[in-house]
Design a protein around this ligand. Structure first.
Ligand SMILES: C[S@@+](CC[C@H](N)C(=O)[O-])C[C@H]1O[C@@H](n2cnc3c(N)ncnc32)[C@H](O)[C@@H]1O
Length: 276
């Protein structure tokens, strides 16, 4: 956005941070997932990205399915009852609290996003079970200290927390800064906590991915980058990465199909690590 960008037109939400003339990631992601919470500019940019990189919709769906499997594992098998979901996105099917509270109704979730449109839809994320609790923070992932300073009273930082960062570190462009963000968050949670991550990559195929990212960075916000498996693995320094490791998120403990076939690989790594 240049300083002499046109005045933001009035919008139905009354929040002047909402640009209806520039595509926003949360809204385009919503479009790829088949949602309706987006503007014509988001659909135009999203469809152009799909034309360049036809599997992007599959990436978005695989990422959400990974979220469901990871949160199910953490709640049902690892005994986690607290989640910090950073870069939440617009509410859709199977949000973190719905999956966790469907298994353990006393689960507590803090959602974090910095997109004003996600804030306007946050009510749909705050539909907690009576036994649990959900909270929404309008905060920037570049400022993890303010996030960890706002966990109470919804989360108890003395008890294990799953830090969920799906498709968000790709907006923290400097890799050393991104490592510091993860380190600050994981230093603030006790042993037995988890890090759940997905991140785009150019290593797993995805025809047109490079061109689509370049197009995105010229036409939409915020700017994005891909990383290698080695860079993504480095976010888990000091943590124990669970099997099957850092893999295409579609291949992280996939539900077996009736005929035994595995879901196709997508150009998005996914992994879960435990703080020892
Ligand atoms: C690709 S979407 C992923 C949504 C969800 N985590 C999922 O996996 O379906 C990325 C989200 O990160 C948010 N985001 C981008 N940069 C951010 C930042 N610096 N701080 C907080 N949220 C950010 C966007 O607004 C968007 O909602």
């Amino acid at each position: 956005m240049s300083p002499d960008s046109p005045q933001v037109p009035p919008n139905p939400h009354g929040d002047q941070r909402i640009r209806t003339d520039v595509a926003h990631n949360a809204r385009v992601w919503n479009h790829w997932l088949g949602g309706k919470d987006n503007y014509p500019v988001d659909r135009a940019v999203g469809d152009r990205v799909t034309a360049l990189y036809p599997s992007i919709g599959e990436v978005a769906r695989a990422d959400r399915a990974f979220l469901g499997r990871a949160v199910t594992f953490l709640t049902a098998e690892a005994g986690i009852r607290q989640f910090l979901d950073i870069g939440t996105g617009l509410p859709t099917a199977n949000n973190t609290h719905e999956v966790a509270q469907g298994i353990a109704p006393d689960s507590r979730i803090v959602y974090v996003d910095n997109d004003p449109i996600v804030l306007t839809h946050a009510r749909a994320l705050l539909t907690s079970s009576p036994e649990g609790r959900t909270e929404y923070l309008d905060a920037d992932a570049h400022d993890p200290r303010s996030i960890v300073g706002s966990l109470r009273p919804t989360l108890d930082p003395d008890l294990p927390i799953a830090v969920v960062m799906l498709g968000i570190l790709n907006f923290v462009l400097d890799t050393e800064v991104a490592r510091r963000v993860v380190r600050t968050l994981m230093d603030a949670v006790p042993p037995g906590s988890y890090l759940v991550l997905t991140h785009p990559t150019l290593e797993l195929g995805g025809e047109g991915n490079t061109e689509a990212m370049a197009f995105w960075n010229e036409n939409a916000t915020p700017p994005i980058r891909a990383r290698t498996g080695a860079e993504i693995t480095s976010f888990f320094d000091g943590l124990e990465i669970l099997a099957p490791g850092v893999v295409s998120c579609s291949r992280w403990r996939p539900k077996p199909a009736a005929d035994g076939t595995l879901p196709p690989v997508v150009a998005q790594y996914g992994a879960v690590g435990r703080k020892p």
